[in-house]
Design a protein around this ligand. Structure first.
Ligand SMILES: Nc1ncnc2c1ncn2[C@@H]1O[C@H](COP(=O)(O)OP(=O)(O)OP(=O)(O)O)[C@@H](O)[C@H]1O
Length: 320
């Protein structure tokens, strides 16, 4: 049976007269990845701070690992791990020393602590640099060490606050794989991110936060289905083939300046083939053929009116 790892109802938080969270409800199933997606300043970190007991909410209720965040802070804290944008790594210490320090803080004495530290160094591929000062580590290594430090306490729920902001694509992928492994081990992940592709790749469920309110919630597929944006773009070498295509492709929208024709399509093989056959039938030459499937970027834009969330495009360009 799946149960809720995190439940929140009517979370509100304001700084003076600035409302930052305006009645947030959350239900995160145990053993899943939940992503809170939102642009800069939308309230993601504030939500994490409330749920991790670092910040008191003004009103509402929240339970994490079954404990009340307002009255059972110690129990909440012992069930969770938190890694933030500002890692808790002590730069003067080596990777091994940082991990050992965490083992000591969790009272893992002697052999047990050492065993866990060695296992984590190996798991996170930090063995070779284990005895180097962590100030010499790359951004990706530091994030990995930070997460490894969190795991020393064997948390059931991990809050990852923008874990890949500022990382290069390779380090991001490594971090994503680590997150997947943690979930496979039964850990619940609460992930905040500004990256649409990150939420798309990792999350079982996404909630979109905008100006302190949840504006949408669902699986990545459910969110994408809300936006009927799929279409094909055809670029022509001149006005004559563009006009000819408009005549034979009903529902299409031409842009005379860029010589681009936008044709509604579900993007499936069958309809793409039919479209190309029709162009061939009328001997209309196309310079470029692009399939645009709606992605979370479209969803995000439609819901928030912002396009400042970052994503890798899912647009496929087929030059003819
Ligand atoms: N201590 C504070 N005092 C006053 N305003 C604050 C405080 N902390 C946060 N805010 C404001 O609350 C809003 C939400 O901030 P928050 O850090 O939760 O957003 P975020 O979605 O995590 O943004 P980012 O992606 O930039 O980290 C912002 O407008 C921020 O300026």
């Amino acid at each position: 049976m799946t149960s809720s790892a995190i439940m929140a109802s009517g979370l509100k938080k304001a700084y003076k007269d600035k409302v930052v969270l305006d009645g947030i409800d959350l239900d995160v199933r145990a053993g899943t990845t939940f992503s809170l997606l939102g642009p800069n300043g939308s309230g993601k970190t504030t939500t994490v701070n409330v749920l991790t007991t670092l910040l008191k909410m003004d009103s509402g209720t929240a339970r994490v690992a079954g404990y009340d965040v307002a009255t059972e802070t110690k129990k909440v804290r012992s069930s969770i791990g938190v890694t933030g944008q500002f890692a808790s790594v002590d730069e003067l210490l080596s990777g091994r020393e940082n991990l050992q320090l965490m083992a000591d803080l969790h009272h893992l004495r002697g052999g047990e602590g050492t065993k866990i530290v060695e296992r984590l160094l190996e798991r996170f591929d930090l063995g070779e640099s284990a005895d180097k000062r962590s100030s010499t580590y790359s951004g990706g290594m530091r994030r990995k060490l930070d997460l490894a430090m969190t795991l020393v306490g064997r948390p059931k729920i991990i809050f990852l606050d923008e874990p890949t902001t500022g990382l290069d694509p390779r380090s991001r992928r490594t971090m994503w794989n680590i997150v997947r492994e943690l979930v496979a081990d039964g850990i619940t992940i609460f992930l905040t991110t500004q990256y649409l592709d990150e939420a798309d790749n990792l999350a079982d469920k996404i909630a979109v936060l905008n100006e302190g309110k949840l504006v949408a919630e669902g699986t990545p597929e459910q969110l994408k289905r809300q936006i009927p944006g799929s279409h094909v773009q055809l670029r022509f070498g001149g006005v004559a083939p563009l006009d000819a295509a408009v005549r034979v492709l009903p529902g299409s929208t031409p842009d005379q300046e860029s010589l681009i024709l936008r044709v509604p399509s579900d993007g499936g093989n069958k309809s793409l083939r039919a479209l190309l056959d029709r162009l061939d039938e009328y001997a209309i030459e196309v310079e470029e053929f692009t399939v645009h499937l709606p992605d979370l970027d479209d969803v995000f834009f439609a819901l928030t009116g912002h396009s400042d969330a970052k994503s890798e495009s899912t647009t496929e360009v087929i030059a003819r």
